[in-house]
Write a protein that binds this ligand. Sequence first.
Ligand code: NAP
Length: 282
Amino acid sequence: MTAEIISGNEIAQQLRSQLFTEIKSLAEKDIVPGLAVILVGNNPASRTYVKNKQKACEKLGIDSRLIVMEKSATEAELLQVIEKLNADPAIDGILVQLPLPSHIDETNVIEAISPSKDVDGFHPINIGRMMTGQDCFLPCTPFGIIKMLESIHYSLSGKHVVVVGRSNIVGKPMGQLCLSRDATVTYCHSKTPNLKEFTKQGDVVISAVGKTGLITRDHIKDGAVVIDVAMNRDENGKLCGDVVFEEVKEKASYITPVPGGVGPMTITMLLYNTVQSAKAKI
Ligand code: NAP
C-alpha cells in the first residue's frame, strides 16, 4: 500500500480562501480583524515564525500589529503591554511568541491574555472549556490536524489514536480533541517503554516529539493514518519530521509530509481563530 498524502498546503489554501470571503463581508460592516503579535528578544526561529504569521495576515486583510520587545524586557513590562492590548477594541487576537526569555514566567504571561482574545487557545480557561466540550478557541496545531482528518472524511469515532508527545500546546490537547470525537486515545512520551508496541496498535498515529527518525515502518500497522507534527532539521539542515516518510508511506493509508503538512495548518487556524474573534463583535 502506498499512502495518500494529506497536503496541508492545499487544505490551508482552501480554508484561507473561505476566510478571505468572510473578511470581505466583515469589511462591509467596518470590521477589520486585528491580531497583535508580541515578540520578546531576537530568537531567529521566532522571528521567522512571526514574519510568516504577519505575511499570512496581510494576504487575507487581517490587520497585524507586531510589538517587538528587548530580550531584557521585564515580565511586568510585558504584562503591561498585554493589558493594553486586552483593552484595545481594534485587537481581536493576542499572541505571545514562545519561547520567552527564561526570566519571564510563561504561565503568568499566558494567563494575562484575555481568554476572549487568546487565539492561540493556550489560556487555562480555554483549555478548561475545551476539556468540558464548551465553545472556545482551540489550540491551532491540534485544531489544524482535526481539519486535516475532516478533509479526508476520516471519522475518529471508535478509532484508536496514539499520540506521541504530551506537551501542553500539541500532544495533550490533540488527544483531548480526538477523545471528544469518540476515539480511544493512548498518550506516549519520553518515559514510555517500547514505543512501537503502542504505536503499532494505532489506527491513527500522531507524532509530536521533535526527534528525526523516531517513527519507522516498524512503528506503524498496515493502513494506519500517520500525522507528523514535528519540525526538525536533518543532518543537511533540511526540514523534516519525526516520521521516516519514505518507508512509512509504503505502509500507511494516509500520511502528512514535512514540510507542507501540519505547519501551514497551524498558521491557518490562528487566522481562523482571529476571524472568529472579530465576528463575535457583530
Ligand atoms: P515539546 O514540548 O518538546 O514536547 C515533546 C514531547 O515529546 C514531550 O512530551 C516528550 O516527553 C516527548 N518525547 C521526547 N522524547 C520522546 C521519545 N523518545 N519517545 C516518545 N516521546 C518522546 O515539543 P512540542 O512543542 O510539543 O513540539 C513537538 C514537535 O512539534 C517539535 O518538533 C516542534 O517543532 C513541532 N511543532 C510543530 C508545529 C507545527 O505547526 N507543525 C507546531 C508546534 C510544534 P516528556 O513529556 O516525557 O518530556
